[in-house]
Ligand binder design. Structure first.
Ligand code: NAD
Length: 412
């Protein structure tokens, strides 16, 4: 068999930023030995056309997913559309005989999870979920330490994630700002964090108690406009986004917005925004670990803090991503042993690429034959589902009060 016929023939669905970069241009630049892009689908053909040029491909464009599946019969479909559309596309891809890589979150509701899990079982195809944070060098090292028993059995985790007022605000400019589209950031964003916890702890969450409020964006703003480009408050608004200053985003979103009205710079202070921006949750795991979690979306810093507390010690990481001071080009994990065992400072150099190098490592794991998954980093639909179930339960707890149980059997 020639090398060209061994490559996986993949179709890309959704040509926004993520599809165009991670699963388009970058994938073809680094992994073309293993994959061949055979088709590109987006309901907005102007965006798809521009994305195809940016990717550097001559694959045919489709607005109709089913037609693409019927004509091209791809081996693999990579789903990069808004979260609430993932389930339909995943199910139709599986039924069309393809494996799937779904961007996170797998989906947004319990019913949609059940549909995807059912289709996967019925068709015998595989769904991967792109949990790139599992592959970051710091996460990999922490997982090794936990598995080596460096701090004994873990009893609790402190986990706090900070989005800065650029990255955090971005979720309030677009479809993510509506629970019906993203499941809220407890699903859309925290799916990464809940998945990290599930994977680190090798257990399932069983109950969640949370609080979540909209305290900064949306109706809290002092003024608002339709979108930054047309806003009378450009001068005084700290969230003013000049899309034209970013040629990549401008080309991908501005002219194509004339096709579907999807603007990239909608006002972060729109009255109708209905997701929380400030969230905390307490989670109990099946193995009795207790987790204290928070997510904030308007900080002057970006990064996270995680600490694992065990019978024999503590593992701690403060991961710096952006802050108004300089940090060394490496991350420091502190391994502190109880009873006078002292401290070990484990330095992990930064790796190039998105998500601390996790994006590249994940693509290697998925596409390079014979990759050794000794830390069980490659995530499937069960992992995708469990982290979303935790987010759904957290949102329910915040909105309705009380503790919400997560019953995986309800969707299995
Ligand atoms: N793993 C990560 O760290 C990471 C990072 C960024 C984004 N993401 C995920 O990637 C996905 C895409 O994010 P984005 O920022 O590129 O979104 P986006 O809104 O910029 O792009 C989505 C694209 O999908 C198209 N689309 C919408 N409905 C469609 C349908 N039914 N069929 C075909 N195309 C359709 C839109 O026209 C748009 O071009 C989301 O699920 C997001 O959560 C993951």
């Amino acid at each position: 068999m020639s090398q060209a016929t061994q490559r996986r023939r993949y179709a890309l669905v959704g040509t926004g930023n993520r599809g165009t970069t991670m699963w388009g241009r970058e994938l073809l630049n680094g992994w073309s030995e293993y994959v061949e892009l055979v088709g590109i689908c987006d309901v907005n053909l102007m965006r798809a056309e521009r994305a195809r040029t940016m990717i550097g491909s001559d694959a045919p464009l489709y607005a109709n997913f089913d037609r693409m599946m019927a004509e091209l019969r791809p081996d693999l479909v990579i789903v990069c559309t808004p979260d609430d559309t993932h389930d339909d596309i995943i199910v139709r891809a599986l039924e069309g005989g393809a494996d799937v890589i779904s961007e996170k979150p797998l989906t947004t509701t319990r019913e949609k999870i059940a549909r995807i899990r059912d289709a996967e079982a019925r068709t015998g195809r595989r769904v991967d979920v792109s949990f790139n944070y599992r592959f970051s060098p710091t996460a990999s090292r922490i997982k090794e330490l936990i598995e080596e028993g460096a701090i004994g059995d873990i009893t609790s985790v402190d986990f706090h994630w900070y989005l800065d007022n650029q990255h955090g605000a971005d979720y309030f400019r677009r479809w993510h700002a509506f629970t019906a589209r993203s499941g809220s950031l407890f699903v859309h964003k925290a799916t990464h964090h809940f998945d990290l916890l599930n994977w680190y702890l090798d257990s399932d969450p069983v109950e969640v108690k949370s609080f979540a409020q909209l305290l900064h964006y949306g109706r809290n703003g002092p003024f608002r406009g339709p979108r930054c480009k047309l806003c009378p408050h450009k001068i005084e608004c700290p969230y003013y986004l000049d899309l034209a200053a970013d040629p990549f985003l401008d080309a991908l979103y501005e002219d194509p917005s004339t096709v579907d009205g999807y603007v990239r710079d909608a006002c972060v202070f729109r009255e109708e925004i209905d997701i929380p921006d400030t969230m905390t949750a307490t989670i109990r795991y099946r193995n009795n670990v207790q987790v204290s979690y928070s997510l904030n979306t308007y900080m002057p810093i970006e990064g996270h803090h995680i600490a694992f507390n065990g019978h024999k010690g503590r593992i701690e990481l403060r991961q710096f991503e952006k802050q108004p001071w300089t940090e060394p080009p490496a991350d420091k994990i502190l391994l502190v042993k109880s009873f006078g065992g002292g401290v070990e400072r484990i330095w992990i150099p930064h790796e190039p690429g998105g998500h601390y190098g996790g994006d590249n490592r994940m693509r290697d794991m998925i596409f390079k034959p014979g990759s050794n998954d000794r830390l069980r980093q490659r995530a499937g639909s069960r992992a995708g589902a469990m982290s979303v179930l935790c987010g759904i339960a957290a949102l329910e707890s915040a909105r309705e009060g009380g503790t919400v149980e997560i019953d995986p059997l309800a969707v299995w």
